[in-house]
Design a protein around this ligand. Structure first.
Ligand code: ADP
Ligand code: MG
Length: 329
């Protein structure tokens, strides 16, 4: 398939019926002016860094790239309204891989919201697949800013944490199937259904590990963040360890059941607080913002810090998460 038949294929499959100048086909796409405020974000995936072709198909990669971008848009209090796709494709990319791109994106749109592809760029990659989406969206009520958190507000989350990290741990340990959906969540992050809250002005996307993303919110809002409730997903992850503990924790303590439980709980904490790839949102609100939102803690006054009060007493919460340029990982 040539570059131009690939672009044509994308336009037909994902272009939402738009033609140039509003869609694919001219030097740039025209954006109509609207009364709504718009947000724009960009997220890239690189083979060998963000995905491993042994464990993720092309369709999975396309799905996840769309989901990660949509997650950023939703975390601004916006809904997805259009996107651009830039790809560097290895020379041996086949027509079935082109088909897989469309299938993966379509599957992601079911969970994450549908919007037309209006442009992009295509080039050859000397090795490995690189793909980036630039996505824009329209604010639905108010902007959810990282800097909008206020002391005494509760923190609410719209999905489970740590699943994708557990899925990756299973795959890395050679386990290719689980009954808990964690491998599926690593490959194709689903979005848990949640009501669109009204009146919210603070929020962020959790994609690099809850503790790290909480810290970004704390810094931007000059406040402390406290977790005081078991995190959603913890029970499911304990069940994953009960089923696959031998593969996941080859050096786990043998003997007292309480030691084993403690080691499992520590691993669950690691996945939930520092795992990454969760693609859920944390927002601030005084009361429950609606169906699908669970509380995990509260905002406290400055200085900037993270605390864990899940056992009652206040302890500092260690910041951990994904950082591409950290050398000690
Ligand atoms: P130019 O040479 O002006 O950059 P291109 O040949 O790269 O033009 O692109 C032609 C048209 O196809 C443009 O409208 C561009 O936005 C679109 N396009 C190219 N690659 C992609 C892609 N990967 N996804 C969506 N649209 C694309
Ligand atoms: Mg171009």
């Amino acid at each position: 398939m040539s570059e131009f038949s690939w672009i044509d294929h994308l336009r037909t499959g994902l272009g939402g019926g738009l033609t140039a100048p509003m869609g694919i086909g001219d030097d740039a796409a025209l954006l109509a002016s609207t009364a709504q405020e718009r947000v724009i974000a960009s997220d890239m995936m690189v083979e060998g860094v963000h995905f491993d072709r042994r464990w993720s198909s092309i369709a999975d990669v396309a799905y996840k790239l769309y989901a990660s971008n949509a997650s950023d848009i939703l975390a601004m209090g916006a809904s997805v309204s259009g996107w651009l796709l830039s790809v560097a494709l290895p020379a041996d990319t086949t027509a079935s891989a082109h088909e897989a791109w469309i299938d993966g994106v379509r599957a992601a749109q079911v969970h994450w919201g549908e919007a037309p592809l209006i442009g992009g760029d295509t080039t050859r990659s000397p090795s490995g697949l690189i793909a980036s989406i630039t996505m824009f969206g329209e604010i639905r009520d108010h902007l959810w800013a990282r800097s909008g958190f206020k002391p005494r507000q509760r923190l609410w989350i719209d999905g489970e944490l740590g699943l994708a990290a557990a899925g990756l741990a299973l795959l890395t340990a050679g386990v290719t199937h689980d009954d808990y959906g964690v491998i599926a969540q690593h490959r194709r992050p689903q979005r848990w259904p949640s009501a669109l809250p009204i009146g919210v002005r603070a929020g962020f996307d959790v994609s690099d590990g809850l503790s790290q993303d909480l810290m970004h919110g704390a810094r931007a809002s000059d406040c402390a963040m406290v977790i005081d409730t078991p995190l959603p997903g913890a029970e499911r992850l304990m069940a994953v360890i009960a089923a696959h503990g031998g593969s996941l924790m080859p050096d786990r303590p043998i003997g007292a059941a309480s030691d084993e439980h403690r080691a499992a709980a520590a691993l669950v904490d690691q996945w939930q607080l520092a795992g990454g790839d969760d693609y859920v949102r944390v927002i601030a609100a005084d009361d429950c913002p609606g169906e699908g939102w669970q509380t995990i803690g509260y905002v406290d006054s400055a200085p900037v810090a993270l605390y864990d009060e899940r056992q009652g007493a206040r302890c500092p919460l260690k910041v951990g998460g994904w950082d591409h340029f950290r050398h000690d990982v």
